[in-house]
Every structure is written in structure tokens, then in C-alpha cells.
Design a protein around this ligand. Structure first.
Ligand SMILES: Nc1ncnc2c1ncn2[C@@H]1O[C@H](COP(=O)(O)OP(=O)(O)O)[C@@H](O)[C@H]1O
Ligand SMILES: [Mg+2]
Length: 275
């Protein structure tokens, strides 16, 4: 029997990525597009690793989140589940966040700014890559400050690969889906406030904080969805966006029966910002 006569033998005897697979993008990624050191012990960095798409966690307006397994074939010690957030081109997205957030953002070069303005397909990919870049940088900055965000594994074009928050292949529920006793809610609220303080100490507001962008994993709150991170002082709408984050959070807890005052929360965060 030869390989030419029986392609199956060939595919079993050599390892090549198949359908829904690719070689791990890690080895070809430049250091600036890799997550902060020290790298977590679970990170798979081997050049022999293969990424396998296991499914969609959630499709959205601006991005789709995929479940990815990064593993070295036949080595069970080198296997990890990641979340890949892939930004879409403008043709399937209204990029409704753009105008308010990107004001003052510097373009890498004039080719990029011209392409963006003309809305060419290259321009759309520039916009998607900018959102991915913004989210990767935000995750890295907050992770390094000890804020509860998923570990940012790497940036790969229009894709942000990050720690998957969940158990096995099931994503952690969003805060919006959580029912709890008063004590449990009070504890969750405190964790959200601690996250918001972490943002404020760094001069930021999340900018799109809601019970949909807070995951609850084994009792711990993790915040996600950071591409629009707001520089509270530098952005003319900074304070308004911080106020809105406070309102979204307090409204949700108050509806669940834990009365919380957005003005008080804002006051607390202003102390962190300027104190
Ligand atoms: N790191 C992650 N781990 C587990 N689930 C995630 C992760 N990132 C995103 N998700 C899931 O995907 C959904 C969409 O992600 P998100 O970053 O909020 O994008 P968007 O809201 O812009 O579509 C989240 O509500 C969450 O359920
Ligand atoms: Mg979201």
C-alpha cells in the first residue's frame, strides 16, 4: 500500500490541520502581540500545537466569539480552551460605538486613514483590526493592574485570543442570568465595584458596562468586552460614560432587590480617579 493509493493512510500518518483547524498562531506572533508576562502555566506555546474551532460562543453585531482548543496532538498535558473574539468588517456591522469613542485616536498611517474614509474592503479590515487592537491593549493594561479580566493570550489581525471563562466547554453565565440571595447579590455588587475601582485608578471607565459584559464564574466576577475603554479625563464624554456605567450597574442590582445608588457609586469612583 502506498500513500498515493490510499490518502487516508497519509493523513493519519502525518499531522496536518484539518477542517476547522489551523496551526497555532502563537509561534508567528510578535512579542508585542502576546499577552503580558509571566505567561500563565496553562498557556500552550508549542509550535506543534493546532487550533481547533469547537463552535461559536456567541455571535454579535460587531464581533463573533468562538471556542478554540489549542493543543499539541497526542500530548494531553498541552491543551487549553480559548475564546477567540473576531471583529467583523463594517459590511455586517454598524460600528455604532465608533463616533463617540475613536475621537482623537491616531491612525497608523495615511494609507489606513484614506482607506477607512473610503470604506474600501481594506478600510473595513483596518477598522476591525483597530477594534481588536484596542481590546487587546485594554485587556493587557487592566490584567497587569490586577483587574479581573480574561488573560489576553494574543492579538492576531482582527482576532483577540483570550482566556476562556467557563467550565469545560460551557461559558460562564452573564451576570444578567444570575439569581441570588441578598447576601450573594451584595457580594457580586462589591466585586463589580472593585472592578470599577480598578478601572478608575488607571484613569478609565469601561464605557459599555452592563450585566451582559460581566461574567460570573464560580462566584467570581470577570469583566469582558473592552474595545471602547474610555479615558475618563481625556475623552470629552468620559464623565458621562462613567456615569452611565454606574447607572447600568446600580439599576440592575436595584431591580434584583439590592438597592444601590448610582450617585454614591460615581462619588466613590471619582475619589479613585482623582484621589
Ligand atoms: N473570554 C470569554 N470567556 C467566555 N465567554 C466569553 C468570553 N468573551 C466573550 N464571551 C461570551 O461572548 C459574548 C460576547 O462577547 P463580548 O466581548 O461581550 O462581545 P459583544 O458584546 O461585542 O458581542 C459574551 O456575552 C460572553 O457570553
Ligand atoms: Mg458584550
Amino acid at each position: 500500500m502506498t500513500f498515493r493509493d490510499d490518502p487516508l493512510v497519509f493523513s493519519f500518518s502525518t499531522i496536518e490541520p484539518g477542517d476547522g483547524q489551523r496551526w497555532s498562531t502563537w509561534p508567528a506572533t510578535t512579542p508585542s502581540e502576546r499577552g503580558p508576562r509571566p505567561w500563565p502555566a496553562w498557556l500552550v506555546t508549542s509550535a506543534g500545537a493546532i487550533d481547533t474551532e469547537l463552535g461559536v460562543v456567541k455571535g454579535g453585531k460587531e464581533a463573533d466569539v468562538f471556542l478554540i482548543e489549542r493543543a499539541v496532538p497526542d500530548d494531553p498535558t498541552q491543551s487549553t480552551i480559548l475564546a477567540a473574539k473576531r471583529y467583523r468588517g463594517a459590511e455586517t456591522s454598524d460600528f455604532h460605538r465608533s463616533s463617540q469613542y475613536v475621537e482623537g485616536r491616531k491612525m497608523r498611517n495615511t494609507r489606513d486613514s484614506r482607506a477607512l474614509a473610503k470604506k474600501t474592503s481594506y478600510g473595513r479590515s483596518v477598522a476591525s483590526a483597530q477594534w481588536a487592537y484596542a481590546e487587546f491593549v485594554a485587556l493587557s493594561a487592566l490584567y497587569e493592574r490586577g483587574v479581573a479580566v480574561p488573560y489576553p493570550v494574543q492579538l492576531h489581525g482582527t482576532e483577540v485570543l483570550m482566556e476562556f471563562i467557563g467550565t469545560g466547554m460551557s461559558a460562564a453565565p452573564r451576570l444578567a442570568q444570575i439569581r441570588g440571595t441578598d447576601d450573594e447579590l451584595a457580594d457580586l455588587f462589591e466585586q463589580v465595584v472593585e472592578i470599577m475601582r480598578g478601572f478608575a485608578r488607571a484613569g478609565y471607565a469601561h464605557g459599555d458596562l452592563s450585566p451582559y459584559n460581566l461574567l460570573v464564574h464560580e462566584g467570581r466576577v470577570v469583566v469582558i468586552d473592552l474595545p471602547q475603554l474610555v479615558d475618563v479625563v481625556g475623552n470629552p464624554a468620559g464623565m458621562t460614560l462613567l456615569e452611565r456605567d454606574c447607572l447600568n450597574v446600580c439599576t440592575w442590582f436595584t431591580r434584583r432587590g439590592l438597592e444601590r445608588d448610582p450617585g454614591e457609586l460615581l462619588g466613590d469612583l471619582v475619589v479613585e480617579l482623582f484621589g
